[in-house]
Design a protein around this ligand. Structure first.
Ligand SMILES: [Cu+2]
Length: 69
């Protein structure tokens, strides 16, 4: 199990929180996705054998938010 904190730009309201939480939450192996709106971060716990950090970042990107490295 891995936990990563991903910085995301463009999340501004509860709609964004829901969109990102859902998009990440449905990925295989993801057990927890928590958005911190104030900090602009998403904390993700996942099984690296099922989803990679790249997959997770792509899912956030597809929702229209920018992942910051
Ligand atoms: Cu929003």
């Amino acid at each position: 199990m891995a936990t990563d904190i991903i910085r995301v730009e463009g999340m501004s309201c509860e709609h964004c929180v829901k969109a990102v939480t859902q998009a990440v939450g449905v990925l295989p192996g993801v057990t927890e996705a928590t958005v911190d709106l104030e900090a602009g971060t998403v904390a993700v716990s996942y099984d690296p054998a099922q989803s990679s950090l790249d997959n997770i970042e792509s899912a956030i990107d597809e929702q229209g938010y920018e992942v910051i490295h």
